[in-house]
Write a protein that binds this ligand. Structure first.
Ligand code: 5GP
Ligand code: ZN
Length: 115
């Protein structure tokens, strides 16, 4: 999808600070970090716009995304200190990019609040 920012990042048409990449997954720094470490982890395929769009056939890909999250956390050095994984789905979550993605937030003690 050429009009999707994250597809364009995956294609290398928009630059990003790459953290981790494999055949299925790309992880890169969020352009507007909300924590000392704020990585976005996306499936390279535009398989779903949000978590609400995930279907049975995405099951294996989702596991690969979570393995990519672990890799990105280790590369950033927060795999022991811990991190939060967030995905926004739809208007009340203030989702702005409609290519499934997971925010990985860490590097400081996060509060217990979600909104
Ligand atoms: P959402 O609100 O949809 O869950 O999150 C979208 C995220 O993408 C935001 O945190 C925003 O800062 C990030 N973002 C938007 N455009 C770009 C971009 O061009 N490059 C990078 N690295 N992050 C982006
Ligand atoms: Zn996309």
């Amino acid at each position: 999808m050429t009009d999707c920012i994250f597809c364009r990042i995956v294609a290398g048409q928009i630059p990003s600070a790459k953290v981790y990449e494999d055949e299925h997954v790309l992880a890169f720094d969020d352009i507007a970090p909300q924590a000392p470490v704020h990585v976005l982890v996306v499936p390279k395929q535009h398989t779903a716009a949000s978590a609400q769009d995930i279907r049975e056939h995405d099951a294996e890909l989702l596991a690969r995304v979570f393995l990519g999250i672990q890799k990105a956390a280790a590369i950033k050095g927060i795999h022991h200190s811990g991190y939060r994984v967030v995905t926004n789905a739809g208007p009340d979550a203030a989702q702005t990019v409609f290519h499934l993605h997971f925010h990985v937030l860490g590097g400081r003690r996060l509060t217990g609040h979600f909104g």
